[in-house]
Write a protein of this length. Structure first.
Lengths: 163, 180
């Protein structure tokens, strides 16, 4: 495992991302990771709040379009996240904070289709009205907690050094 | 108060107001607390990011609606989420002030920070323009109706300026004058 991390750390891509002084290298990757966060977590939070009763007048059938945008945020962050990991794999790959973050994000991502299905129904045809069953409310609360934890662990990654 | 007066006098007398401001902020107890407290900075940063997600997660759909997406959603209904965006902004502002008071030299001398402030001001003025001139029309707009050009302009400007606030914020450690 450590050998693999060492190989990644020494790779040309990692070296480029670490050492390039171009604004298009590390700074842009980091910035896009924040944009992805805003889309994925931000829209998730707004949707969760709607399920929990804030902004009741927002018709549920009109905001299923937020889900593809959340997925754009997710894929953006998967790609930029891999690039950020590659710049510092030995430190990150051996810290509990980073490994926890991966688990937390995975849980959050699994919740997205659960949330969508609970509200809009599995393969629901047109004409089936969206609803907010108790399960959807539970998912919403869980989702808010999980994404908060993802941000907490994500930020803490900048402060830990365990090798 | 006396300290503030001394600072103001010095600031007015000096052309190097930025250095005077930096020195003054460093002399405050708040600044010492921010710099010396082991957890202050990481916690403030985390809250800054949570605030950012709330703010953008709510303002972006509202802007998209103003531009013309999701026509079935009444703008007034989306507006009911806005207090949470304001809460997110308040979190960002409070934690932003903590960063600023802690290490003012990282910001005042950083061109990225000035860009961030510029786009914050644009986003704020744009929001004010919407609230004062268009809000009534927005609330009266029936669901499904196309949005007028003024809405599209304000929505696009808002989306662009909030993105640029985030952009320049993220560029803070890499910009000319940065000392992170």
């Amino acid at each position: 495992m450590h050998e693999l991390l060492t190989t990644i750390e020494a790779s040309a891509l990692a070296t480029f991302l670490r050492e390039s002084t171009s604004v298009w290298a590390y700074p842009t990757v980091l910035m896009l990771h924040t944009v992805g966060l805003a889309l994925l977590v931000g829209l998730n939070a707004a949707f969760d709040l709607r399920l929990l009763g804030i902004g009741r007048g927002v018709p549920l059938e009109a905001i299923e379009t937020w889900f593809p945008v959340m997925w754009i945020g997710f894929w953006l962050n998967l790609v930029t996240g891999v690039l950020l990991f590659v710049t510092d794999p030995i430190r990150l790959g051996t810290t509990t904070v980073f490994i926890s973050k991966l688990g937390i994000v995975a849980a959050g991502v699994v919740l997205i289709p659960l949330l969508q299905r609970a509200v809009y129904g599995a393969g629901a045809g047109p004409g089936q009205a969206p609803r907010i069953p108790p399960a959807a409310r539970a998912y919403a609360v869980l989702s808010l907690l999980i994404w908060t934890a993802a941000i907490v662990t994500g930020r803490l990654m900048a402060y830990v050094s365990e090798i | 108060m006396e300290q503030f007066k001394a600072w103001l006098d010095a600031a007015l007398a000096s052309t190097a107001w930025d250095e005077t401001l930096i020195a003054f902020l460093h002399s405050t107890a708040l600044s010492q607390w921010v710099v010396n407290g082991q957890w202050v900075w990481p916690i403030a940063e985390t809250l800054h990011f949570i605030g950012l997600a709330l703010l953008i997660g709510i303002i972006a759909p509202l802007d998209a609606r103003l531009i013309g997406f999701m026509p079935r959603v009444p703008i007034a209904a989306l507006h009911r989420l806005v207090p949470w965006a304001i809460g997110g902004f308040a979190l960002c502002l409070a934690t932003g002030l903590i960063f600023f008071v802690g290490t003012p030299e990282q910001y005042v001398l950083n061109e990225s920070w000035w860009m961030k402030i510029l786009f914050l001001a644009i986003a704020g003025a744009n929001m004010l323009a919407f609230e004062t001139t268009q809000r009534r029309r927005a609330d009266a707009l029936p669901a499904g109706a196309p949005t007028p050009p003024a809405f599209k302009v304000i929505g696009s400007l808002s989306l662009a300026s909030w993105f640029l606030v985030l952009y320049w914020g993220r560029m803070l450690p890499f910009a000319v004058g940065a000392s992170f």
